[in-house]
Design a protein around this ligand. Structure first.
Ligand SMILES: O=C(O)CCC(=O)C(=O)O
Ligand SMILES: [Fe+2]
Length: 264
């Protein structure tokens, strides 16, 4: 099946035909753009313990191994977390719909993975994320690049979680690192949804599914003064889920968050 083959080869796959409401995604972009611009998110400053809320450009993570923070601001939404009232419904609805899609995708991954890889999974992949309180939706805004400054929008990194669902952004910039060491620009088709493997699925599959390095490059040419919005959903297993002999999802996550400069 081509979807699973692409995940195996690239760590990424694109879905064109899917049930996600992309009109809602575009509405989320426009309403949150306003919220970030008006300072409405600032009342929800991120909680270092719980990790929900608003991360300003000063609080944003830096990729593992990088000292400079990415030039971005974002809001981390959890089903149990804080959110401005008027913006909650769309996030909650999108979260639920994307979670359902992700569950189906994970069952495909399992169906088309080789037997010896499936035998490693301590439970079925959809069951790992079912009822998890750790899955998180991130409303991301990359501000226009200030004149004369060179910034990283998202430095090269791998996602920590099991699987990520990334609906089309409102602008280009995403690139993935190919096995030949060259960056590949991912076409930003309006209604597509990208799926990528995170480190936890790489760990649980004994490396069969690669967690591919990706980055968001700064804009150039006419786009230089444009901001960019995106909306990744990071699917996390329940903390007690055994990923491998070395890690549970919980032990893995706390080790990795320490590396991102977002927990004290
Ligand atoms: O903004 C994007 O397109 C990708 C964001 C991303 O890779 C991340 O937040 O982990
Ligand atoms: Fe990422």
């Amino acid at each position: 099946m081509r979807f699973v083959a692409s995940l195996r080869d690239y760590g990424f796959a694109a879905l064109i035909d899917h049930p996600l409401d992309m009109q809602r995604v575009r509405r989320i972009y426009s309403e949150w753009q306003t919220c970030f611009r008006d300072g409405g998110a600032e009342a929800y400053a991120m909680d270092p313990e719980r990790q929900d809320g608003y991360f300003s450009t000063e609080r944003a993570e830096h990729a593992k191994g990088f000292n400079d923070r990415d030039f971005k601001e974002y809001f981390q939404y959890y089903t149990w977390g804080r959110c401005p009232d008027g913006l909650r419904q769309d996030l909650a609805d999108h979260f639920q719909q994307a979670l359902d899609v992700a569950s189906s995708l994970l069952s495909w991954v399992e169906r088309y993975a080789p037997e010896d890889v499936v035998a490693r999974f301590s439970e079925s992949l959809p069951a790992m994320i079912a009822g998890s309180q750790q899955s998180m939706l991130r409303v991301l805004h990359y501000p226009p690049v200030p004149e004369g400054r060179s910034v990283l929008r998202a430095a090269p990194h791998e996602d920590i979680n099991l699987l990520t669902l990334l609906p089309a952004s409102d602008g280009p910039g995403l690139e993935i690192l190919q096995r030949n060491g060259e960056w590949l620009t991912v076409p930003n088709r309006e209604n597509q949804v990208l799926i990528n493997i995170g480190d936890m699925l790489q760990e649980a599959s004994g490396g069969y599914f690669p967690s591919t390095t990706h980055q968001v490059s700064p804009p150039s040419g006419d786009d230089i003064r444009k901001g960019r919005m995106s909306l990744p959903l990071f699917l996390h297993p329940r903390p007690e889920v055994v990923l491998s002999e070395r890690y549970t999802a919980g032990s893995y996550l706390s080790e990795r968050l320490g590396e991102l400069g977002v927990v004290s």
